[in-house]
Design a protein around this ligand. Structure first.
Ligand code: AP5
Ligand code: MG
Length: 241
């Protein structure tokens, strides 16, 4: 990890320069590294990662009504209806570990979701405004990242058979568990997810760019360098007030 990221270690949700991270939105196309980066930021800042994709996959695994509805939608690379996702996020945001801030990974993904989260945070007395960071990676690289991704089902570490391989093929370095591939990590579903991103989520990035407290980070760099870019952007934007 670069010196800039190490310098941010401060515990209790504070960076070394005293910046409270507050609510952070990680935006970007499928495979840009939102989950990978969220995990880096959790280690640095001690605030939780809230991934709507992970929450929906947990619903699918647990065979809930939401999971039954979400499965086919996710396989097509489309979006689960806003009202259901907003409700799921509302429940998670009510948990006390979000008080110092949180990293929303993969939410909001539509303009109505953005409107919902903006007004929810604005109605919370004393809450910091959101900082939005969009990660950028080109299409060819994204396809390689998506088709090469493998996950540990126990500790959720994210690998890539081409780019971030485990020490022993097919096995988690931390857990020794057999790695799994997401059922939507196929080329056809990736193409659907990209179409959805371009039509419904790219306008969300423009919404936050226009509001300010927004940064774009090049995701086509080593993981530690991307993390350092996000940390310095958040520190700069928070220092601006
Ligand atoms: P979700 O799970 O959020 O999928 P996504 O947005 O398509 O993003 P990914 O999780 O695929 O990629 P990522 O950016 O997290 O990349 P990662 O860090 O894993 O959503 C899945 C589905 O759920 C959606 O299609 C939708 O149906 C539904 N859904 C979710 N949220 C919703 C919402 N708000 N509203 C409605 N529906 C919703 O990295 C990818 C790979 O790259 C890994 O292999 C990793 O090892 C590698 N990698 C990462 N960084 C680097 C690097 N710097 N260098 C080299 N390799 C790297
Ligand atoms: Mg993810």
């Amino acid at each position: 990890m670069s010196s800039s990221v190490s310098a941010a270690e401060g515990g209790a949700g504070m960076t070394a320069v005293g910046v409270k991270p507050g609510p952070i939105l990680l935006l970007g196309a499928p495979g840009v590294g939102k989950g990978t980066q969220a995990k880096e930021l959790v280690k640095l800042w001690g605030i939780p990662q809230i991934s709507t994709g992970d929450l929906l996959r947990a619903n699918v695994r647990n065979d809930t009504d939401l999971g039954k509805l979400a499965y086919e939608i996710m396989q097509r690379g489309e979006l689960v209806p806003d009202s259901l996702v907003n409700e799921m996020v509302a429940v998670r945001l009510a948990e006390p570990d979000t008080l110092n801030g949180f990293i929303l990974d993969g939410f909001p993904r539509t303009l109505p979701q953005a409107g919902w989260v903006d007004s929810r945070l604005a109605s919370q007395p004393g809450a910091l405004p959101v900082v939005a960071v969009s990660i950028k990676v080109d299409y060819t690289q994204l396809l390689r990242r998506i088709t090469g991704r493998r996950n540990c089902p126990v500790c959720q570490t994210i690998y890539n058979i081409y780019l971030q391989p485990p020490k022993n093929e097919g096995v988690c370095d931390v857990e020794g568990a057999s790695l799994v591939q997401r059922s939507d990590d196929t080329e056809p579903t990736f193409k659907g997810r990209m179409r959805t991103y371009d039509s419904l989520t790219a306008p969300v990035v423009e919404h936050y760019r226009a509001l300010g407290r927004f940064a774009e980070v090049n995701g086509d760099q080593p993981i530690a360098d991307v993390a350092a870019g996000i940390v310095s952007s958040v520190e700069r934007l928070r220092a601006q007030g």
